[in-house]
Design a binder for this molecule. Structure first.
Ligand SMILES: [Ca+2]
Ligand SMILES: [Ca+2]
Length: 227
């Protein structure tokens, strides 16, 4: 038999908590994220990826719409871009956020070989809900060890939130990523982010199946100003 105290108080405590447990989480109204896509330069993607690639399964049908909190807007357009390679081989870093994303010469910046990053300064902290990356879509290729990080620290030494990481074998040594590698297409890689807050977004890659170099045609970051 339970002691008197437990028999009388436990249900009361339980009932007292009940309204809290039953209260629905505050629903944030959502709306579909609208993207402006460039023209496709090729149809479909190759059936087979080179060995060692941890590829996402082929998608059937159109890409599902991403629902984001109402009022989410494009925050990155014409925002300042810095890079681990401040003197790109081809093009300028400003191409990353200039709003143009067609598959053409002159539309992309080419960074040096191996692990490189670009970093976008949103100007002030924001709650980020989506990142879209167009590395290069003149032909079908897969970029290696793509990861996306959000931070309020310009140097990414602290407060780093990794919101995407396709480095399944940790060859870039930022930790094992659970995300899949993917074919580049005109749709860009749409990454859902659950409101990670930061002023800076840094994107890493480590060459592609084409060569050791790293390319960016455009990056778009969607979110809302942080409260
Ligand atoms: Ca661009
Ligand atoms: Ca890897």
């Amino acid at each position: 038999m339970k002691p008197m105290f437990l028999r009388t108080c436990a249900p009361v405590v339980g009932l007292g908590l009940l309204p809290l447990l039953l209260a629905p989480a505050i629903e944030v109204p959502k709306e579909p994220l609208k993207l402006q896509l460039p023209k496709p330069a090729f149809k479909g993607t190759p059936k087979h990826a080179p060995p060692g690639v941890n590829l996402e399964p082929a998608r059937k049908g159109p890409r599902p719409v991403l629902m984001v909190p109402k009022g989410t807007t494009l925050l990155s357009k014409r925002k300042r871009v810095t890079s681990s390679d401040p003197e790109p081989i081809i093009g300028e870093l400003s191409l990353v956020t200039d709003g143009s994303k067609e598959a053409a010469e002159g539309e992309y910046v080419e960074l040096g070989p191996g692990i490189q990053w670009v970093q976008i300064d949103l100007g002030k902290p924001a709650a980020i809900h989506a990142v879209v990356i167009w590395h290069y879509h003149i032909n079908a290729r897969i970029y290696h060890d793509v990861s996306v990080q959000v931070s309020n620290d310009k140097k990414f030494r602290k407060d780093v939130k990794t919101v995407f990481n396709s480095d399944h074998d940790n060859s870039s040594q930022r930790g094992v990523g659970k995300d899949k590698e993917y074919w580049e297409t005109h749709e860009g890689k749409l990454i859902k982010v659950n409101g990670a807050v930061g002023r800076y977004v840094r994107i890493y890659s480590k060459g592609s199946i084409a060569d050791e170099l790293n390319h960016y045609t455009e990056v778009e970051i969607f979110g809302k100003p942080a409260k």
